[in-house]
Design a protein around this ligand. Sequence first.
Ligand code: PEP
Ligand code: MN
Length: 275
Amino acid sequence: MSAQTRTVTVNFPSRDQQKNQGVRFGGREFVVIAGPCAIESREQFSAAAEGVKSAGAVLLRGGIHKMRTNPASFQGLGNDAFSFIKDVKNAVGLPFVSEVTDPRQISDLASIVDMFQVGSRNMYNYALLKELGQTKIPVLLKRGFSATVEEWLLAADYIVKGGNDNVVLCERGIRTFETTTRNTLDLNSVAYVKAHSSFPVIVDPSHGTGRPELIAPLAMAAAAVGADGIMVEVHPDPSRSLSDAHQALNFAQFADITRGLSSLLAAMGRELAHA
Ligand code: PEP
Ligand code: MN
């Protein structure tokens, strides 16, 4: 049994309207989202954007507002990053996804993001989901780390019910008894969503494993199970990342992933989405 997946398009107003059709989730093309966990400076974000684009990413990620477990940890640059994010996006020519952690951020962020991300810790923030339902901007809804699949799908319905049906789900691992990996990536949920729901679904093997050597194999597994894409954390100099340094990939490691995906997808009659 397989449900028909709806398509969700992230529009990106480019100088050449003919060329850029936006990024489409839920079709034959597999979408690769990449970028740093957090935006740290103009230099870091610009280097990250160019590096991931040249290795095949079609959507750029980067945290502006970070949900850190420890309040003493780097919380993101906030609105101070806005001035250069636009320049970086336009220079590299990729749309941008970033997390919204509070409904009060929506109007400011709407001027800079092409897709909102709802993080794992906010999947149950129904006030936030309802507000995002009032916009038309696509939403990447991460699964809560202790949410059942049913709760995750119902969270998506909150956004749809508000009037925004541009929702893409993201499996990012759940908390289990297993502590070898940061989380347990639940690929069952991806197969289930593809079979029983109409939302496109992608996989985040960076937070799903928390271990750089496991990101490539789980990215391949995501494609094999039928996901609509992946999102991975890539940093120009991983050891200097201000957040999630332990799981950040360098450009060469990321390029190996897109190369591997390209061959695997071809064998499945699919292909990587191109910018
Ligand atoms: C992220 O992708 O930046 C992030 C914080 O992930 P999660 O919400 O899945 O923990
Ligand atoms: Mn992270």
